[in-house]
Ligand binder design. Structure first.
Ligand SMILES: C[S@@+](CC[C@H](N)C(=O)[O-])C[C@H]1O[C@@H](n2cnc3c(N)ncnc32)[C@H](O)[C@@H]1O
Length: 295
């Protein structure tokens, strides 16, 4: 009991520290940008007090849910403390060194600053852009190498807690197939990125067959390195477009998808959802965690 209370305090302190670090980074970098580039049209990262309270309240709810799900063994508690500090340590200086490029892009409202070597015919038009002003979009090893920490900063340290929101609905949905052997259950993670979601999934579903699919070679290479030492069966990684999934009908019992839909145009979202239903066996489920956007 006492041990649990201490763990909970440790977890909340860790999350709050990450959140403060995320806010602090944004404050410092936006102030620095306005000092160096006073003509930039961007405002400081000063947010309204009421909004800040609302954000803090929803982050508290998120942490409580995250803790409770781990308490109920929906996923192992060790996931709550799993932070790739060494990885962040190597990524953080790169983020600072890259910042002038990001500022320049933001200032010029340039959203299609991509590597010259990219063969644009291989990607849908909406994909060929700098999401969140990131360098090279999803189309370089450099972008893939700093993505995790960038997202962590963007979400004020809550990126993984939000990723883990997909796990409980998957567990509940897979009850439908409880008579089957666990090792025959197939989960597909669409737009799998650099591997953080796969790590959460593998910890919660150690025996199920997990496949990750993404359009970016660079992100898949990063994911491959990242998940190579995970316990359990090998996770399969495939390059492919969510609009035309390279799988037969009814191939999976579950599909997860984290932080993709806000980046897709409306018509494409519908197309992707139709694809999900096509490759999903009847009775199977879809679990989506999305970055809120009012589009
Ligand atoms: C914001 S990242 C999310 C990555 C990951 N799910 C996570 O938890 O961090 C979006 C990912 O979607 C991928 N993506 C975007 N459009 C796609 C499409 N049409 N088909 C497959 N992947 C796509 C990108 O390459 C990128 O890795």
């Amino acid at each position: 009991m006492a041990k649990d209370s201490i763990s909970k305090i440790a977890y909340k302190t860790l999350q709050q520290s990450k959140s403060i670090a995320g806010f602090a980074h944004k404050q410092i970098s936006s102030r620095l940008m306005n000092f160096i580039l006073p003509d930039s049209k961007l405002e400081n990262f000063d947010i309204d007090k009421d909004l800040l309270i609302q954000i803090q309240n929803s982050m508290d709810i998120l942490r409580e849910e995250d803790w409770n799900d781990a308490e109920k063994n929906i996923y192992p508690k060790k996931l709550l403390f799993d932070e790739p500090w060494l990885r962040y340590l190597t990524q953080y200086p790169k983020i600072w060194l890259d910042m002038p490029n990001t500022w320049d892009r933001r200032r010029k409202q340039n959203f299609d600053d991509l590597p010259k070597s990219v063969d644009k015919d291989n990607y849908p038009q909406y994909y060929l852009r700098n999401f969140h002003h990131q360098t090279d979009g999803y189309l370089s090893d450099f972008s893939a190498s700093i993505y995790d920490l960038q997202v962590e900063i963007l979400f004020n340290g809550s990126a993984d807690s939000m990723r883990r929101r997909i796990i409980k609905p998957i567990k509940q949905g897979l009850e439908f197939f409880r008579d089957r052997k666990t090792s025959s259950i197939k989960i597909l993670d669409v737009a799998t990125g650099s591997g953080r979601t796969l790590k959460q999934l593998r910890a919660a579903f150690p025996k199920e067959r997990i496949t990750g699919i993404d359009l970016s070679d660079s992100y898949l290479k990063e994911a491959s390195r990242y998940i190579s030492d995970l316990d359990g069966d090998l996770i399969q990684l495939i390059k492919g477009n969510a609009e035309e999934l390279p799988f037969k009908n009814d191939s999976f019992q579950c599909i997860s998808c984290v932080y993709l839909f806000h980046e897709l145009p409306r018509t494409i979202r519908a197309k992707v959802l139709n694809e999900f239903f096509r490759v999903l066996e009847p009775g199977g489920g879809i679990s989506i965690s999305r970055f809120n956007s009012n589009k």
